[in-house]
Write a protein that binds this ligand. Structure first.
Ligand SMILES: Cc1cc2nc3c(=O)[nH]c(=O)nc-3n(C[C@H](O)[C@H](O)[C@H](O)COP(=O)(O)OP(=O)(O)OC[C@H]3O[C@@H](n4cnc5c(N)ncnc54)[C@H](O)[C@@H]3O)c2cc1C
Length: 456
């Protein structure tokens, strides 16, 4: 017997859960299917466990730095199993909250995989149940791209497995140069593994501001990470427990673990999109308009599967906007202008607005303010880590069109700067704002002279 819903959501992650809850609060009869765990990538094997691991990995450096402040830190050791099980406890708690919120909103939850049968029917794979819905939301997220099928690929892990390793590795190769790759390189290094970051491109973090990319590269090397650009693995060999990564440029790198973080693919394989006639692009991402509508009436997609900005807050916003528009009588399109974001590399990155390359292309008259300095903490800590800040100002309007920071708590700064830049703050507004002293961020309101002036 088939059930009928106003909305059926495929995927109980960031976007799907938000959409389901909001639609239900607008009075819709909603069901959601989740094949793994509620909370999705972000909660179960993404942002949250990653940030917990970043916190864990910073202690090694902090123990060292404590000496400069008079502390003698006694014998210390690191227990990987304790970290993993404490992380798992927190993830279980968060998953419980997600389930509880869906339940409170009156959403029917199915712990099952859903696949399309036709444009308004899904089949639950385990139970075989058929479910009819007036509208279907695809919120299935993305999965790690493992690249070409190299010899020895069976020994390679992705970020999914990195959260559950039985033992902490002594030597790690992280292949990739995106934010997940640099974050994990920092985690492994901080927790004590000899870490190599291997990236095929010219410089890590493609798409970020070039100064930020080169400064992070240098800071990661200072911390002991071997960063190799312009090379990729061609073969992986296993002897006993030991792995050897062979590269195209003829390098051989020893490792106990090799993790690929070379991108993510939309999770559409086997979803039955062909049965529903839903259009995808060359990458397999679902094509949507500004209201998250696919080419098929009644079928929508939000989050990573639609490959707009692949970030949790964006998936949540898209899910919310969809539910408010379709079930709440509102007309909401997500605004993607000035999306602030962080990379939890070590040091951390906070960024909002245009990169310098984008700003140069968009604004013929541009003032560039750069500042690199030693944060106050490192006057005693013994660390030679530098903080870097950059403001990009459209000289015609005085508007700050981009801000990029590398250094402690930059992610926190990006959130607040996001408000200012979204409101259209000018350089004069920054200058008129009183400094907070002594902080690193006071530099943002005290950079008086442009380092470079670009004029058409
Ligand atoms: C290691 C890592 C770190 C990250 N760090 C950050 C960060 O710091 N900040 C940030 O903003 N973003 C981060 N992200 C990205 C963020 O996790 C995603 O952008 C976000 O989770 C996307 O939400 P979503 O709803 O599109 O998909 P997801 O959260 O991935 O949810 C999709 C859900 O659908 C389920 N599913 C898939 N197919 C089916 C099916 N057929 N039937 C039933 N269920 C199905 C999946 O099991 C999954 O639970 C990170 C990602 C990773 C991998």
């Amino acid at each position: 017997m088939s059930k009928e819903y106003d909305l059926f959501v495929i995927g109980g992650g960031s976007g799907g859960v938000r959409a389901a809850r909001i639609a239900a609060t607008h009075g819709a009869k909603v069901g959601v299917a989740e094949e793994h765990r509620y909370g999705g990538t972000c909660v179960i094997r993404g942002c949250v466990p990653k940030k917990l691991f970043v916190y864990a990995s910073k202690f090694s450096e902090e123990f060292e730095e404590a000496r400069g402040f008079g502390w003698s830190v006694g014998e210390h050791g690191f227990d990987w199993q304790a970290l993993v099980s404490n992380k798992d406890r927190e993830i279980n708690r968060l998953e419980g909250i997600y389930r509880g919120n869906l339940e409170k909103a009156g959403v029917d939850m199915f712990d099952d995989r859903a696949e399309f049968e036709d444009t308004n029917t899904v089949r639950l794979v385990r139970s075989g149940q058929l479910i009819k819905a007036k509208r279907i939301l695809i919120a299935v997220g993305a999965t790690p791209n493992m690249g070409a099928d190299l010899p020895g690929m069976e020994h390679v892990i992705s970020s999914n497995e990195a959260f559950y390793l039985d033992a902490f590795p002594n030597k790690v190769i992280v292949a990739g140069g995106g934010y997940i790759a640099v974050e994990f390189a920092g985690i492994f290094n901080g927790l004590g593994a000899e870490t190599t970051l291997l990236y095929r491109g010219e410089e890590i973090l493609r798409g970020f501001d070039d100064d930020i990319r080169s400064h992070l590269h240098a800071e990661m090397e200072k911390k002991g990470i071997r960063v190799i650009c312009g090379d990729i693995l061609s073969k992986i060999e296993k002897t006993g427990q030991a792995l050897v990564g062979h590269t195209q440029q003829g390098r051989t790198i020893d490792a106990d673990q090799i993790m690929f973080a070379i991108g993510r693919n939309p999770n559409t394989k086997g979803l039955g999109l062909d049965k529903a006639g839903v259009e995808t692009d060359a990458s397999g991402s679902i094509v949507v308009d500004g209201y998250s509508r696919t080419n098929v009436e009644g079928i929508y997609a939000v989050g990573d599967v639609s490959n707009r900005y692949n970030l949790t807050p964006v998936a949540i916003r898209e899910g919310h906007a969809f539910a408010d528009t379709v079930f709440g009588g509102k007309d909401i399109r997500v605004d993607y202008d000035m999306v602030p974001t962080a990379v939890f590399s070590q040091p951390e990155i906070g960024t909002v607005g245009l990169t310098e390359a984008q700003a140069r292309a968009a604004h013929p008259n541009l003032d560039i303010y750069r500042s690199s300095f030693r944060p106050m903490k490192h006057t005693l800590s013994g660390s030679d880590e530098k903080m870097f800040m950059k403001l990009l100002v459209d000289a015609d309007t005085d508007r700050v069109v981009g801000c990029h920071i590398l250094g402690p708590d930059s992610g926190e700064l990006a959130q607040v700067l996001g408000i200012a830049l979204k409101m259209g703050a000018t350089k004069a507004d920054f200058d008129a704002t009183m400094a907070v002293h002594p902080t690193a961020s006071e530099e943002l309101v005290t950079m008086r002279t442009a380092t470079e002036q670009v004029r058409s």
